[in-house]
Ligand binder design. Sequence first.
Ligand SMILES: *Cc1c(COP(=O)(O)O)cnc(C)c1O
Length: 380
Amino acid sequence: MNKKKIWLSLAHMGGEEQRFIQQAFDDNYVVPLGPNVNGFEEDLEKYLDQDIQVVALSSGTAAIHLALIQLGVKAGDEVICQSFTFAASANPIAYLGAKPVFIDSETETWNMSPHFLRQAIEDRLSKTRKTPKAIIPVHLYGMPAKMDEIMAIAKEYNIPVLEDAAEALGARYKEKKCGTFGEFACLSFNGNKMITTSGGGALVCKTEEEAQRTMFFATQARDNAPHYQHSQIGYNYRLSNVCAGIGRGQMLVLDNHVARRREINSLYRELLKNVAGLSFHTNPNKDFKSNYWLTCIVIDSAITGFTREDVRLKMDSENIETRPLWKPMHLQPVFKDAPYYGDTTAEKLFEHGLCLPSGPGLTDEDIERVARVFLELVKG
Ligand SMILES: *Cc1c(COP(=O)(O)O)cnc(C)c1O
């Protein structure tokens, strides 16, 4: 294969990352705390631009885990979670011995359906006589969920919301940044997210007290004593000062990354605008401002004459990486016994949808090459 590989979403360094890492080495702060961790948290707080507190952690999954602990989720409890997502949204529910209840998506944002959310809460109440302990909506592929409706239902039933904003750094709903709506929100800085720390995440908290408690649990739950004393089970979940240095460098280019991913999305739309049977994951109206982390398409094969899988295989043969949309959690073997409320919207998206290469390091020529391969399939 002589054609250059086009990846789905590669990490893209801004240039300043190594300066912050070098500083960590120069100051001998090669440990899981230090000036880069504090600096990275402050950068994120400023960026999210609300009265919130950010605690940097080793992963987005760890952030969800610590949020659920603080929301009092215990073995046997139920937690409501968007079904159309990456497994990391739901796995921490199982870590706690709790049970996920999966909610389908609506067709506009592809995120948690307020209609099925309400139906699920009512049905769980009647079946178990208990309210679920938390609601986890996801801003999938950077598209904000219908937060007004979801927050209103959460308030009505007095259930806290844990926002999964792992893919949504830089996205906004009604001009408010994703990650600032819920009682807690998780961010991810894994390799292919909006920014990377090579691996890492953060928990966005509403109060100083929650932030302190998050740090407490993230550093082995050490009591305030001169010796090592523990009254609760803790975790080793803090982000290292070296990784946080990468994060500080990445924060300098975050706005560029968001702009470039949106540009790539517009370019795909322009290049593929005349294809019948092809639709894009699209902001439903001006209230929604996706960061377009990944450009996603849906193929109506009755019109196109080819399937999502035909596109994926053709791209693969041209050394272009694409990926089917997330397989809904209620269809995953590991969660097969979990309750599900919906009408197969997410299932259809999974069957017919594909993510196109969207990394900020891709050139216009790369995007044009992807579009050309797609158009060759259209021509047949
Ligand atoms: C990446 C991701 C996570 C988890 O983040 P990690 O940092 O990889 O643990 C959670 N939810 C969603 C939707 C994600 O895409």
